[in-house]
Structures are given as C-alpha cells and as structure tokens.
Design a protein around this ligand. Structure first.
Ligand code: PEP
Ligand code: MN
Length: 263
C-alpha cells in the first residue's frame, strides 16, 4: 500500500475533547431520533455516566423504502436543542450533499454511513466544513479503499476525520455483518487517524455488544459507538442490537483496564 499521501495526518481537539490514536471516546444513543423527550432523557443519562458524545439519526438510509426514514429536519432541531441544553457533542449521519448547508449548523460531528463511503462528491464537500467527520467503513470496502475515502475528505481541506469500523459483509449471516477487528490493528500501522468501533451494526445482536466492545478495546480502538436506549425493545429502528443504559454501564466498567493492557 503506497497510495497514501496523508499518513501523517490525524488527531485533533474539538470542543475540548481529544480525538487521536491516544484518546478514547464513547458515542452512545439511539439509532434514530424519535422525539425530543426520549432523546433528551437518553442524553442526560449518558452524561451522568460521564459520556459526552451522543448520537441519533435524523436521516436514515434504510434498506427498505417502507421502513421509517427518520424525522428529517425536525430530528435535527431536536438534536441541536439537546446538544445546546446539555453541552454534549452530537453525532448524526449526513446522507446527501444537499443537506450539508443545514446539517453543518445543526450537528457537531457529521457521520458518513457505510452506504456512502464511496460517495466521493459527498466526501469532497465534507472537506469544506469545520465539523469533524465520522467515516464509517464501506460494508464491502478494503482497508485501503476506506483510508483513501478518508483522504478524499482530507485532500479537500478537512483533516478532522475519525474512522469507524462497523463490520463488513461476509458469507456469514448469523451476525448482521462481520466485525473486522484486524482493521483496528491495520489502521494503526497505516495511518494516524483515530479509529473507533461500532459493535452494534457489526453484529446486529444485543447479546454480543459487550464482548465485541471489549475485543475492540483490547485491539487498541480509540473509542466505541454503541446504540443505546432506555427501552431498546420499543425503539422503531435497530432494537435487536440496541443496549440498555445498564448494559452500557457494565460494558464501560473495565475499559481503563483493557486499555492499559493494550498499551
Ligand atoms: C448508523 O450508525 O446509524 C448506521 C446506519 O450505520 P451504518 O452506516 O454503519 O450501517
Ligand atoms: Mn442503527
């Protein structure tokens, strides 16, 4: 792999929070924003656990056109309101370049979903904003393709990129995707960009989130993104993989120990 130009780029501070290959950040929250009250309640609970980044999709890229597509602009208004009221950093997915003028003001960290990793026009547009970008790995992309996708953003002017391994498509269908833990190790060799792991979309199974999270931390991940809700079974989207706040608390307990073992 010799196709990279920005191997030395990586790491930044945003709103007082460090994102680098030395830091560790947890992003939690629902798959999708359903209403203001629930989002605020979840954010406050997360904050009481010491988590300062929360997530929630306003625009969803659903496989089926008959599934809930997200609240759209209303969702953006809710996430901004909760972010202002709590002081927490918000993370939400941008699905289309045309939403950028709006989203850059409503959301702190813009997420590029797995289905858009190859949307190079979107990636270049994200090079022109100040928001950090959470770049998910394409479900069928190689590590090289993923790092080059990051370089599209960097080349266009935005070095604040966070990578997120979220599982890849394999022949296995017991899990929703296959979590590629080795990608964490590979990224650390090839790049200086912070890399976090999303065990939720990797597995699609709530009972696996704890073990996969610990495995990711043991491999050197710089953070986790975990779909969390106070009542997972009642969520409209990705219930099966969403964990309770109690389970999230349990998952986070040994993180410091695992991180020091890795170091
Ligand atoms: C998400 O994080 O809400 C999401 C849709 O993830 P992915 O793009 O990895 O499927
Ligand atoms: Mn989801």
């Amino acid at each position: 792999m010799s196709s990279f130009k920005y191997e030395e780029i990586g790491g930044f501070t945003f709103k007082g929070v460090e994102f680098s290959q030395d830091s560790f950040n947890v992003i939690a929250g629902p798959c999708t924003i359903e209403n203001y009250q629930d989002l605020k309640e979840i954010a406050l609970q997360l904050q009481s656990m010491g988590i300062n980044l929360f997530r929630g999709g306003a625009y969803k890229m659903r496989t089926s056109p008959y599934s809930f597509q997200g609240l759209g602009k209303k969702g953006l208004e809710y996430i901004k309101k909760v972010s202002l009221e709590t002081g927490m950093i918000s993370v939400s997915e941008i699905v289309s370049k045309e939403d950028l003028p709006l989203m850059q003001d409503y959301v702190d960290i813009l997420q590029v979903g797995t289905r858009n990793m190859y949307n190079f026009r979107l990636l270049s547009a994200l090079g022109e904003v100040k928001n950090p970008i959470l770049l998910k790995r394409g479900m069928s992309s190689t590590i090289e393709e993923w790092l080059l996708a990051a370089e599209h953003i960097i080349q266009a002017g935005n070095p604040r990129v966070i990578l997120c391994e979220r599982g890849i498509r394999t022949f296995e269908n017991y899990t929703r995707n296959t979590l590629d833990i080795s990608a964490v190790c590979a990224v650390k060799q090839l790049s200086k960009l912070p890399i976090i792991v999303d065990p939720s979309h990797s597995s699609g199974r709530r009972e696996m989130i704890k073990s996969l999270s610990w495995a990711a931390v043991a491999a050197g991940a710089n953070g986790l993104m975990i779909e969390t809700h106070f009542c997972p079974d009642e969520t409209v989207c990705d219930s099966r993989q969403t964990v309770t706040l109690e389970l999230l608390r349990e998952i986070l307990k040994p993180i410091d120990q695992l991180r020091s073992a890795w170091k």
